[in-house]
Ligand binder design. Structure first.
Ligand code: GLP
Length: 257
């Protein structure tokens, strides 16, 4: 039986995605300043989807205005579709380039994302190398997360083990339905490579964001149900520094920001 830590995850109610972005980027700026003082590189765990778009816009704005130096930051993305190369505009690698890396001229040597084109026989080695690269960078300081309607984090679908590591997974029907518009008229991929729950939970801070009523059931399950594989986000209750930044619609009735 797994028990919740009494104080986590902490819920932070926000007015909208822009307000959440300002809070998260304030935290990233503090982290970067602290790392600079310590003489080490900040390590960020990044996610894709509609949810983090405002964060990446705010990061770009602050860097351009001179209020944030991401010069030494190292990035590890959560996941990638199997079978898509970084030159495919539907890949998460291409999405990250468009939305964050190109605008900031983020050097390739300091960004990491699983390669969707690795042959199945070599995926185990790629996944082990991804874990090793995170460790070699000193571990992830701050991991950004969204949440799927089914409670997934990264592509850790229901059924994912608390001790799971970076690996190849089958995508759920609801996940493929949500991705369908991005792939139409083709079918969305059936498989992906994702950091595991244990990989995510080793990050020193985890910030999960969710906006809109379509996320409410997953959020309520993650925050108030028992910890279990049917809702991978529920495992974040075991993390000592996990926060959920939610708008009123995702949080549910009674929410005040
Ligand atoms: C995908 C990604 C997740 C993301 C989720 C929600 O499944 N693998 O990392 O959190 O979608 O996406 P959105 O933010 O668009 O709702």
């Amino acid at each position: 039986m797994l028990h919740r830590q009494s104080a986590s995850p902490r819920v932070v109610l926000v007015q909208d995605p822009a307000a959440a972005a300002r809070l998260v980027v304030d935290e990233i700026a503090d982290l970067c300043a602290r790392c600079r003082a310590e003489g080490r590189a900040p390590v960020l765990g990044l996610s894709t989807g509609r949810t983090p778009v405002a964060i990446y816009g705010e990061l770009i704005r602050r860097v351009r205005e001179g209020g944030l130096d991401l010069g030494h930051a190292v990035a590890f993305n959560l996941d990638e579709y199997e079978g898509l190369s970084s030159s495919d505009p539907r890949s998460f690698a291409a999405w990250m380039e468009r939305v964050l890396f190109d605008p900031l001229e983020w050097p390739r040597s300091r960004r990491h994302i699983p390669d969707g084109t690795v042959r199945p026989a070599d995926q185990g080695a790629q996944c082990a190398a991804y874990e090793a690269a995170i460790r070699a960078a000193g571990g992830i300081d701050l991991q950004l997360l969204g949440i799927g309607r089914n409670g997934h984090i990264g592509f850790n679908e229901p059924g994912s083990d608390l001790h799971s590591r970076t690996r190849c997974v089958e995508l759920d029907r609801s996940t493929r339905e949500d991705a369908a518009a991005d792939f139409f008229p083709e079918d969305p991929p059936r498989r992906a490579i994702t950091m595991g729950i244990a990989t995510i939970c080793e990050a020193r801070r985890v910030r999960l964001l969710a906006f809109g009523a379509h996320k409410r059931a997953a959020i309520q399950r993650a925050l108030s149900g028992p910890l279990g594989e049917d809702c991978p986000a529920s495992f974040l209750a075991l993390h000592p520094d996990a926060r959920f930044l939610l708008d009123g619609a995702a949080h549910g009735p009674g929410a005040q920001s």
